[in-house]
Design a protein around this ligand. Structure first.
Ligand code: SF4
Ligand code: SF4
Length: 67
């Protein structure tokens, strides 16, 4: 099953990946990361197709896609 991993040390919570994901997989966590941001997370993991759109748009290279 495809999945993403968000590096919460890099993520700045900019939400670009949330907008980019065609499947609505990603949301911001309700828990602060040590960096002080709310990081992106998989809210609907079962819907991920591994298309990598989220990783392409992330300006902080915080997303890794596994397929
Ligand atoms: S790989 Fe594609 S479907 Fe999966 S979270 Fe990223 S943009 Fe969404
Ligand atoms: S695009 Fe990158 S930095 Fe922005 S919220 Fe998503 S993972 Fe975090």
């Amino acid at each position: 099953m495809p999945k993403i991993e968000v590096d919460i040390k890099r993520c700045k919570g900019c939400e670009l990946c949330i907008v980019a994901c065609p499947e609505g997989v990603i949301a911001l966590s309700k828990t602060f990361a040590p960096s002080g941001y709310y990081p992106a997370m998989m809210a609907k993991p079962e819907a991920c197709t591994g298309c990598r759109q989220c990783a392409y748009v992330c300006p902080d290279v915080a997303i890794e896609v596994w397929k």
